[in-house]
Write a protein that binds this ligand. Structure first.
Ligand code: HEC
Length: 111
């Protein structure tokens, strides 16, 4: 149930201008992460039926990444901050890294 919808532009500028004014709720962070992921990462990570990586140069789907037993939001953030050589450098901001990690972890299967 969603009572209010805050325009994404408002959230983006809010995130950009006032570091502490984080997305109004976890839901908003996940939504913003989803939009970014669909734009930047979908070709490689959001294909239908994509599971864990297969072979040395394989690419894991985000759901598989999220479902690793020891996976955490912090782990995904650290990966993105490290600018991994096997991925394009998307020049992500701290906020983008944070919402992307929130989105990826939102795909985790809950028991
Ligand atoms: C050109 C394809 C490509 C794009 C685009 C891409 N990635 Fe990746 N990504 C990879 C590959 C390849 C790996 C696997 C690296 C490995 O484990 O060898 C990977 C792995 C990952 C992992 C898992 C790291 C782990 O623990 O194994 C995360 C998280 C990730 N990418 C996030 C992202 C995000 C977020 C974006 C968009 C901003 C993105 N990727 C865009 C190719 C891509």
């Amino acid at each position: 149930m969603r009572l209010t919808r805050i325009p994404h532009a408002a959230i983006a500028s809010c995130l950009f201008l006032i570091g502490t004014c984080v997305a109004s709720s976890a839901d908003e962070a996940v939504e913003r992460g989803r939009e970014l992921a669909e734009r930047l990462c979908a070709n490689c990570h959001l294909n239908p039926g994509q599971g864990e990586k297969v072979g040395a140069s394989g690419i894991p789907g985000f759901k598989a990444v999220a479902n690793r037993p020891s996976q955490t939001v912090e782990g995904i953030e650290a990966w993105l901050r490290s600018i991994p050589p096997m991925m394009p450098n998307h020049h992500l901001t701290r906020e983008e890294i944070s919402v992307l990690a929130a989105f990826v972890m939102s795909l985790r299967d809950r028991p």
